[in-house]
Design a protein. Structure first.
Length: 131
C-alpha cells in the first residue's frame, strides 16, 4: 500500500443516533504488520466501489457528503497487535432523516506506505458518540 491508497473496496454502513457528537475513536490493528497509520472517512452517503491498494477517490458530489476524517497516526504496540486512539474529537452532526437512528458509511485510507507481511489487514474501528 502507498500513502493515500484505499484499504478495501466498499464503505461499511453502520447505524448511529440521528444526532450526536463523536467524542472519540479507536482503531484496533489486529494484523500488527506495520505502523499502519490510517484515516477513517465518515460519509453520509455510500461511496462508489474503490480498488483496494490503489488511490482512494470520490466524486465531488460524494465528497460533499463527508462528515469527517479521523486520523489514526500513533499506536500503542502490544506485540501481536496495535491500538490507536483519537480523543476529544467533538464533531457534532445531525443526519437528514426522520427516524431516531440513521446510517453513516466508513472507509479506511492508508496514510503511510506499508507492506502486509502476513495475513490480511484486519482493521476494526469503534466510535464513542454522545447523544
Amino acid at each position: 500500500y502507498a500513502n493515500l491508497d484505499a484499504i478495501g473496496t466498499i464503505a461499511v454502513p453502520f447505524t448511529v443516533p440521528r444526532q450526536g457528537v463523536i467524542q472519540s475513536a479507536t482503531h484496533f490493528d489486529r494484523s500488527d504488520n506495520a505502523d499502519l497509520a490510517v484515516d477513517l472517512w465518515l460519509f453520509r452517503s455510500q461511496i462508489a466501489l474503490q480498488t483496494d491498494n490503489s488511490a482512494f477517490s470520490v466524486t465531488d458530489g460524494i465528497h460533499l457528503t463527508a462528515l469527517t476524517r479521523i486520523s489514526f497516526t500513533t499506536a500503542g504496540d502490544a506485540a501481536l497487535n496495535r491500538l490507536y486512539e483519537v480523543k476529544n474529537i467533538g464533531k457534532a452532526y445531525v443526519l437528514d432523516c426522520q427516524e431516531e437512528w440513521g446510517t453513516l458509511y466508513a472507509f479506511a485510507q492508508a496514510r503511510s506506505a506499508f507492506v502486509v507481511a502476513t495475513g490480511p489487514i484486519l482493521p476494526r474501528f469503534t466510535l464513542d458518540i454522545l447523544v
